[in-house]
Design a protein around this ligand. Structure first.
Ligand code: CU
Length: 424
């Protein structure tokens, strides 16, 4: 199988394309001069968090970035904030997972893969009603990571009714949100790998009572799809001409041609143009692996994914790069829900990020440009771009990259001094 060099492709891509912008997910944010203090109301806090006002929305993979579902909010008799959510499980959902028309026969929470990002504040009373639709044929459950009573754990061990909800039934899981951090949620009915890979998972953010330093935020859930072999087909990068990046001004241009590559004040890249024509012709040549005849005959082939994505749809952020600004801090909540492959990763080009494992501490663990995540692992990334341009972000398992898990940041603005990393 031919494997293209994805990074080289991206640098060529950034040279040859001039397009208009597509995603500016941060236009509606409430901004404060300073992070508010602890006496902030839950209403104010929800605005800072960019909580959606459309709880029934089925976000696309583009909208998923900033779709934060904070539930129906009320107060109990003691004044505690109560957040209520409803997750409806549906089987036999036809989910588009690539720009090429690949359709996944998925099982969904509220109609999307991944399910909605649930967002609450530490100390809130959280009630999540899970409805297993009448027409389904399997039991399902909701297992949230974090602290709660066993009866709300969503597993069948111990005989708790929330461990396996029969079709046509529902169960309401209830817990006090603690501790703050970023968590996966997923169905925990056996065979678990199947129920997860089919699509029953999502992200839950428990925010600290004291807001984190304010910055624009995104959610990224990493996943894969093990499709039936009769459904799979070649997965290829979109044609280069369909990628959309911003029109870079001179200071951010990657279009410098030829010998003078030492333009340190312009933010320009130093890519040699000589391979451009060859690379342009190679954009559709990535193919997936099909099982060998021996594996098929034995019936013992391992489960594996044919398509990998961030937020559900292969290559979507190549087609629709995420617009960022130089000098502005960004925060990404990342959760890895990949099955069958033991590890996944996220790597960003052109910048470094502070990483907070599981998001459970105010102090970052390290400063890096790649983090490796096992199944169910998660954390928070915070970063600032110094220089404008088009930058890839992707799994550093290059086979995942080639099969859909890559995207682009379209970073705009004037160059700024790179952020100084302070040792912690
Ligand atoms: Cu299930």
């Amino acid at each position: 199988m031919f494997r293209r060099n994805a990074c080289l492709f991206a640098s060529v891509l950034s040279i040859i394309l001039i397009f208009s912008s597509t995603i500016s997910p941060f236009s509606n944010l409430i901004t404060y001069a300073q992070a508010p203090a602890t006496h902030i109301s839950s209403e104010q806090y929800d605005k800072i968090k960019n909580c959606t006002t459309d709880l029934s929305k089925k976000p696309t993979s583009i909208e998923y970035l900033t779709y934060f579902n904070c539930g129906h909010v009320s107060k109990d008799e003691s004044g505690k904030t109560v957040r209520q959510f409803t997750l409806i499980v549906q089987e036999n959902q036809k989910i588009p997972i690539s720009y090429e028309g690949h359709i996944f026969d998925g099982w969904t929470f509220n109609g999307t893969i991944p399910g909605p990002t649930i967002r609450v504040t530490e100390g809130d009373l959280v009630r999540i009603r899970v409805i297993n639709s009448n027409e389904n044929t399997h039991p399902h459950s909701l297992h949230t990571h974090s602290i709660h009573y066993a009866k709300n754990d969503g597993v069948s061990m111990g005989g708790y009714p929330g461990g396996a909800i029969a079709p046509g039934r529902s169960f309401t899981y209830e817990f006090i949100a603690q501790p703050y951090g970023v968590y996966p949620y997923h169905c925990h009915v056996d065979p678990i790998a199947d129920h997860i890979n089919r699509g029953l998972y999502g992200m839950m953010i428990i925010d600290p009572k004291e807001p984190r330093p304010q910055m624009n935020e995104m959610a990224m859930t990493l996943n894969g799809y093990d499709m039936d072999f009769d459904q799979e087909g070649p997965t290829t990068l979109p044609p280069a001409a369909s990628f959309q990046t911003s029109q870079q001004d001179d200071t951010g241009s990657n279009m410098t041609e030829g010998g003078d590559t030492n333009e340190t004040n312009t933010g320009s890249n130093m890519t040699n143009m000589t391979n451009m024509t060859n690379m342009t012709n190679m954009t559709n040549m990535t193919n997936i692996s099909l099982p060998s005849a021996t594996e098929e005959e034995s019936g013992e082939e391992e489960r594996g994914n044919e398509i990998y994505t961030v937020n559900g749809k292969a290559f979507d952020y190549m087609m629709h790069p995420i617009v960022l600004q130089t000098g502005k801090p960004y925060r990404i909540y990342v959760v890895n829900m990949l099955e069958f492959d033991l590890v996944n990763s996220i790597h960003i080009h052109g910048a470094m990020f502070d990483y907070y494992t599981a998001g459970t501490d105010e102090t970052s663990d390290y400063n890096t440009d790649i983090v490796t995540l096992s199944q169910g692992d998660r954390g928070i990334m915070e970063f600032t771009y110094a220089y404008p341009g088009t930058y890839m972000f992707h799994a550093h398992q290059t086979e995942f990259t080639d099969l859909g898990w890559m995207g682009l940041f379209d970073v705009r603005g004037d160059p700024v001094n790179p952020p100084q990393h302070e040792a912690t």
